[in-house]
Design a protein around this ligand. Structure first.
Ligand SMILES: [Zn+2]
Ligand SMILES: [Zn+2]
Ligand SMILES: [Zn+2]
Length: 314
């Protein structure tokens, strides 16, 4: 029997579909170690907006879009000009630099076309969707907690899933600590507004994604239109988690939370990568060298290249 079959038989599935039928496929939760169960939360695959956020949302007009006819020409499209990456719709991949070590999430942004554009949003530039893109499951990892693992091959630049939560404006919503948020808060600075995307009580499986100082995925902001020159309205991006490296089945999906997450909580990071910025006491004994990582990466790259048929979106 292969290792893969062995693993499947041994898996102790504690929830058969944590997504409650909302995603294209059921998402299992597995705990092969103890009786720890995930804290309950409400599952949703799209941001939940408070009343205040809804009132502030910008309504795109033709001047916020492009004037391309039918299919957008990447050389002249205004929506593409405002984007820092290209999207290749035939292979469903974004042009990220796959050798990037650490990425600031503000580094990558993409502006989608919409009904307000000359192409009416029917061009090949559409990237986002409101469900998970890839097959994944949630697994319990001792000491760390529940993590998200890939169940298929994922090539660098492929969108994996959205980071989803309740959208809250700093200082407006009272049941929310505006200074710290929760352990599930992602801060967005949009114009003059500090907006939190909080997944403590509501969200999708992205809330289980853990941190690594050498992550294999990053957040990319996907906006519904270009930003008007002057506006006090809010243009809310989707937060799309995109693969930075070749990911193979069983790999944990990780992003970089930023070092402040660990500083504010006075916690060590447990990623054990050579470049860890908040190493624990036993770091020296357990850490992975750059050489170890490069060998693993070369192996994963070959495996993904040989299994591109298994890398398609759900
Ligand atoms: Zn265009
Ligand atoms: Zn377009
Ligand atoms: Zn456009």
């Amino acid at each position: 029997m292969s290792d893969e079959q062995n693993k499947t038989i041994a898996d102790n599935v504690i929830i058969y579909d944590i997504a409650d039928g909302i995603e294209p496929i059921p998402v299992k939760v597995i705990n092969n170690f103890d009786d720890t169960y995930p804290f309950s939360f409400e599952y949703g695959s799209k941001h939940r907006l408070t009343k205040e956020v809804k009132q502030l949302l910008h309504n795109p007009t033709p001047t916020d879009g492009c004037d391309c006819a039918t299919d957008c020409n990447p050389k002249t499209c205004r929506c593409q000009a405002g984007s820092t990456v290209k999207f290749y719709s035939n292979v469903r991949r974004v042009s990220l630099r796959s050798d990037t070590q650490t990425v600031q999430s503000d580094e990558y942004q993409y502006i989608e076309c919409g009904k307000h554009c000359g192409c009416h949003g029917k061009c090949g530039r559409q990237l986002s969707r409101d469900t998970i893109f890839k097959k994944m499951e949630i697994r319990y990892k001792p000491v760390i907690g529940f993590i998200v693992t890939a169940c298929q091959h994922i090539a660098p630049g492929m969108p994996i899933l959205n980071y989803v939560g309740s959208i809250v404006i700093n200082g407006v919503n009272e049941d929310f600590d505006p200074d710290f948020g929760t352990d599930y808060t992602f801060n967005l600075y949009e114009g003059d507004l500090l907006v939190h995307c909080d997944a403590a009580k509501y969200g999708n499986i992205s809330r289980f994604i853990s941190h690594s100082c050498y992550p294999n995925a990053c957040l990319m902001k996907v906006y519904p239109c270009n930003k008007p020159a002057e506006t006090d309205k809010l243009i809310l991006p989707k937060l799309v988690i995109v693969a930075l490296r070749s990911i193979v089945p069983g790999d944990e999906i990780t992003i970089d939370y930023g070092i402040d997450y660990f500083r504010e909580r006075d916690l060590p990071c447990l990623c054990y990568n050579y470049n860890c910025r908040a190493p624990p006491d036993d770091f020296e004994e357990k850490c992975k060298t750059l050489d170890d990582i490069n060998k693993e990466r070369a192996k994963s790259r070959r495996q993904v290249q040989a299994n591109m048929d298994d890398s398609k979106d759900l």
